[in-house]
Design a protein around this ligand. Structure first.
Ligand SMILES: NC(=O)c1ccc[n+]([C@@H]2O[C@H](COP(=O)([O-])OP(=O)(O)OC[C@H]3O[C@@H](n4cnc5c(N)ncnc54)[C@H](OP(=O)(O)O)[C@@H]3O)[C@@H](O)[C@H]2O)c1
Length: 443
């Protein structure tokens, strides 16, 4: 592994193809025999630092259409939080089911799960049938692992019945020194970014792009007003940038003055601090409080000069969904990709049907959408939102920060990269955008 790291750091990428692939590597895992470790604890008390291990695992055999990547950096996504607290299900069920689908997929069904759905690194080896990538290529990976043997996926790969999120529903993820991906997950690494900056947009940038911009999601257009929950978080920090970049007006919801300041740094002007406003959308566990929806709607109108959101960018789920449906403008769209606070949503349907609103479900992104989102990063139109970076050995703490909502934007993880700031090639483009690239740093 040292030789691989040294070749990459010295820029001798041509040498990478000639180096031996180690038969084991360091990886962040959860263990199948520990899925009951948090039984009886409430969700906030389940501690990823206890369940995430950093250990040596065997290098998987490389199959057709696949690539083995030397991972320089990765990032924390909320799916690693879900895996680490074994909620809503432990992820070994995904691996078992995947393992039954083919001889090759059997490799994924192991008593440990190497997690992580982002990476920036260098291709080490490619399997039979891979033509678009070769050893030595600097890459990032999106997390759509798809078989495409069924007709359903051929208009939109997210509709394939064998569609999985790499590093969550498959093994050999990106929080590790090596990762196994399908070659059609690879995209060029943006040249003006360091390894940890390039790794961090992958999952959330692609997801926010489909959810907000793509015609498969809300199909945002210039002039739209977009209400964005968690606007300084993983998804929200990209949704806010897409709204600003696309000529829309984001109304950013956050929970502290610090987070409000970050949204201002991105260029947003309309911001609601939900903690300061003290919204209580639920009177008790079973009853919502429409008065609070109205108070929230009035605040949005106060900021927008009387307009309601054309689009509500939803992911908190149960706690906010009733309010989101209420405040959306007549004919507008609530687009949802998650349910962080609970997946059994309830809302007053009169506000949906009488006002001809639409609820759209969105999940990750197809290769085309992920590539379009990555291209915007590479052109310096959308920027990474890394606030803090941990070494691989401290991934548990990094996931803990995200679980406790104590982070901003994205939390990066160094894998083979020995320090931050390495891997930058286009210094001119970087200099042009350096303030935006660093907007979340140390926040
Ligand atoms: N389907 C997909 O493809 C997909 C992809 C990515 C993520 N997700 C899911 O989307 C969710 C968010 O992911 P993320 O990466 O953006 O996480 P994140 O970095 O933790 O950001 C989420 C933000 O949402 C806000 N929030 C959390 N709970 C809330 C609540 N009860 N009410 C209002 N706001 C709340 C918080 O911001 P404030 O405290 O500042 O308000 C938080 O920072 C997770 O459940 C994740 O699993 C799904």
């Amino acid at each position: 592994m040292e030789k691989i790291r040294d070749a990459i750091l010295s820029g001798d990428l041509a040498a990478v193809a000639g180096l031996d692939v180690p038969d084991h590597y360091r990886a962040v895992t959860v263990h199948a025999d520990e899925t009951g470790m948090f039984a009886g604890l409430s969700t906030p008390d389940k501690d990823p630092r206890k369940s995430l291990h950093v250990e040596d695992v065997a290098t998987p055999e490389l199959g057709p259409g696949e690539a083995l990547v030397a991972v320089m950096a990765s990032a924390i996504n909320y799916n690693t939080v879900w895996t680490s607290i074994f909620e809503p299900l432990d992820t070994f069920g995904f691996l078992r089911r995947y393992g039954k689908t083919s001889e090759l997929a059997k490799r994924h069904d192991l008593p440990y799960h190497v997690v992580g759905s982002d990476l920036a690194g260098v291709v080490l080896r490619t399997g039979p049938g891979v033509g678009a990538w070769k050893p030595g290529d600097e890459v990032v990976a999106h997390c759509l692992s798809v078989e495409l043997e069924h007709p359903d996926g051929h208009n939109d790969t997210m509709l394939d019945p064998e569609q999985r999120i790499w590093g969550f529903e498959t093994n050999f993820g990106g929080l590790a020194e090596l990762a196994l991906v399908k070659s059609n997950q690879l995209m060029p690494k943006p040249a003006h970014l360091s390894w940890e900056e390039a790794a961090s947009p992958g999952l959330v940038n692609s997801t926010a792009y489909r959810q907000l911009v793509s015609r498969n999601g809300a199909g945002m257009k210039q002039g739209d007003t977009v209400l964005i929950w968690g606007a300084s978080g993983g998804l929200g920090s990209y949704a806010t940038q897409f709204a600003l970049n696309g000529g829309a007006t984001p109304v950013c919801v956050v929970s502290s003055p610090q987070k409000a300041e970050i949204c201002r740094k991105m260029g947003a002007e309309l911001i609601i601090d939900r903690s300061a406003e003290g919204y209580e959308f639920w009177s008790d566990e079973h009853t919502q409080n429409p008065r609070e929806w109205k108070r929230f709607g009035a605040k949005i109108r106060e900021l927008t000069g009387g307009e309601d959101p054309d689009i509500v960018f939803e992911h908190p789920g149960r706690e906010t969904f009733g309010a989101s449906v209420f405040v959306t403008r007549k004919g507008g769209t609530i687009v949802t990709c998650a349910s962080t606070s609970g997946f059994m949503h309830s809302y007053d349907n009169r506000y949906l049907w009488m006002s001809l609103k639409r609820i759209v479900g969105s999940h990750f992104a197809n290769y085309r959408e992920a590539a379009e989102a990555n291209r915007l990063i590479a052109k310096g139109k959308i920027h990474p939102t890394v606030s803090k970076v941990y070494p691989l050995a401290e991934t548990g703490q990094a996931a803990y920060d995200v679980h406790r909502n104590a982070h901003q934007g994205k939390v990066g993880v160094l894998c083979l990269a020995p320090e931050e700031g390495l891997g930058v090639h286009n210094t001119e483009l970087r200099a042009k955008h350096i303030d935006a690239i660093n907007a979340f740093r140390g926040a």
